[in-house]
Design a protein. Structure first.
Length: 164
């Protein structure tokens, strides 16, 4: 909480909501052998594949907002589980392309259904997944996510008092 605020700050509430939803999704997809992070990866990959894309790990990291190294780790685990295949990009031998396997497609479709039902439940206080309040809430979240962050200000004492 901030000094002038009588209640929790927006940042604290966003953090709490993100954690609540992450835990709920973790529990919902666990019977399918997935974690929330793995679900985010396979569901995003599913959507990209349906759009005709075979994304690289980097492209998928950018799309999901996850660190590239974490996407690489998740992709290796999902490959070991038989849900995705990782292949070298013929145009760039340093890049790894990802695709869902047949089993991955089946599990991902099931997971998407489970998570859609969960989202309906989580968004019920706003009227449900297709409610006007939910659409407005989603628009507000997009606005916050799309706003660029200012570059960090160096905390170097030698640069203080010097114009940038």
């Amino acid at each position: 909480m901030s000094k002038g605020s009588p209640g929790p700050t927006p940042g604290f509430l966003v953090w709490r909501l993100a954690n609540k939803w992450r835990v709920a999704v973790d529990r919902a997809v666990a019977p399918l052998g997935l974690t929330h992070a793995q679900y985010s990866l396979v569901a995003s990959l599913y959507g990209m594949q349906r759009a005709g894309e075979r994304p690289s790990q980097r492209r998928l990291a950018d799309h999901t907002g996850l660190e590239a190294l974490y996407v690489s780790k998740l992709a290796r685990a999902l490959e070991s589980a038989g849900l995705i295949e990782r292949t070298r990009d013929p145009r760039d031998p340093r890049a790894v392309q990802l695709a869902l396997t047949e089993r991955g497609l089946t599990v991902t479709r099931q997971a998407i259904e489970v998570v859609q039902e969960l989202l309906q439940q989580l968004l019920e206080p706003l009227g449900g997944l297709d409610a006007p309040r939910t659409r407005a809430f989603t628009d507000e979240l997009r606005t916050l996510l799309d706003a660029p962050l200012a570059p960090p200000v160096p905390n170097d004492e030698s640069s203080q008092g010097t114009p940038p």
